[in-house]
Design a protein around this ligand. Structure first.
Ligand code: SD4
Length: 298
């Protein structure tokens, strides 16, 4: 088999941190899945990012709850945690769910207990800056939940990695929509919505308003389109168009969402709904760049 160029793509400008760490891990011989988790973890640890991991923006009750999932394109093994409190590395915990349990999803206290049993350390995930941002962006007068898709209440790190053998791995990690209802789960820990990876077709991931992404099974949809022969770019554009069509059918304004895809041969796709300003990072050996996704008119 012809050797592929190791490639990592990751959502948003902070995806640069993720892509750099993941590429380093890939080049050191880690699997694409382990590399993707390393990449996400670098963003989870960054206190300046208020939408992922440590220092994430809290929910409507002021509690930070994290969602994440992982998927291995070779085996289709997957793991996920949702509504996780006090643990800063949900992506690694999702990987532990995949590797150490017969299950796919653990939620809430069960996920937290599992983390503690597996050596994860509990800590307060809020920082002075994240509490200030929570207060400043809090809907006034208070509403049960922030406006989905508002400029400041999103951003998930989704990392897709390809190694030289053509194996793919992916990971998605977020604190979800800020000011979400306590207990709300978005697309990010839902296999097929926030992430889907299959070496036979490709890897895809999402960011944006989870409710809309779940409604169209966004990432699975992209991978199945690629399996039928669409390019990663065509498949991402089709998913955004579908999301808009569903919103129109429901008589709603299309919420912001964006998709990324990586083919087993290294081709990349990205598309977003209007005004999303969706930037993503692309890393290959010796090169890292930020690209802007095409926005599809609603
Ligand atoms: C969610 N999709 O919880 C996440 C949030 C996000 O860009 O990615 N925003 O719905």
């Amino acid at each position: 088999m012809q050797s592929k160029q190791p490639t990592v793509i990751a959502t948003w400008p902070f995806g640069k941190t993720a892509a750099q760490s993941a590429l380093k891990a890939l080049l050191a011989g880690k699997s694409p899945l382990d590399a993707a988790v390393d990449g996400a973890q670098a963003v989870e640890d960054d206190p300046t990012v208020h939408s992922v991991g440590f220092s994430g923006i809290a929910d409507a009750l002021g509690i930070v709850t994290l969602d994440a999932c992982v998927m291995d394109g070779k085996t289709l093994d997957c793991g996920s945690v949702a509504g996780l409190e006090d643990i800063r590395h949900p992506a690694r915990l999702a990987l532990t769910v995949a590797r150490k349990t017969p299950h796919v999803i653990l939620v809430g206290d069960g996920a937290r207990d599992f983390a503690l049993q597996n050596g994860f350390r509990p800590e307060n995930l809020s920082t002075e800056a994240s509490v200030k941002e929570w207060t400043d962006t809090r809907p006034k007068p208070p509403k049960p939940m922030g406006i989905p898709g508002g400029a400041d209440n999103h951003d998930t790190v989704t990392v897709l990695a390809l190694n030289s053998s053509g194996n793919l791995g992916g990971c998605c990690s977020t604190s979800g929509l800020s000011h979400k209802l306590h207990g709300r789960v978005g697309d990010s820990p839902i296999i097929g919505s926030g992430l889907y990876v299959d070496d036979d077709a490709g890897a895809a991931g999402a960011t944006g308003v989870g409710e809309e992404i779940i409604r169209i099974c966004g990432s699975f949809r992209i991978i199945e389109s690629m399996r039928r022969g669409l390019s990663p770019q065509q498949a991402c554009e089709e998913a955004v168009k579908r999301l808009h069509a569903v919103a129109t059918k429901r008589g709603k304004h299309a919420a912001r969402a964006a998709f990324l895809a990586l083919a087993p041969d290294g081709r990349i796709g990205a598309a977003a709904s209007p005004d999303t300003h969706f930037d993503f990072a692309v890393a290959t050996p010796g090169k890292i760049e930020i690209r802007r996704a095409i926005e599809i008119p609603a």
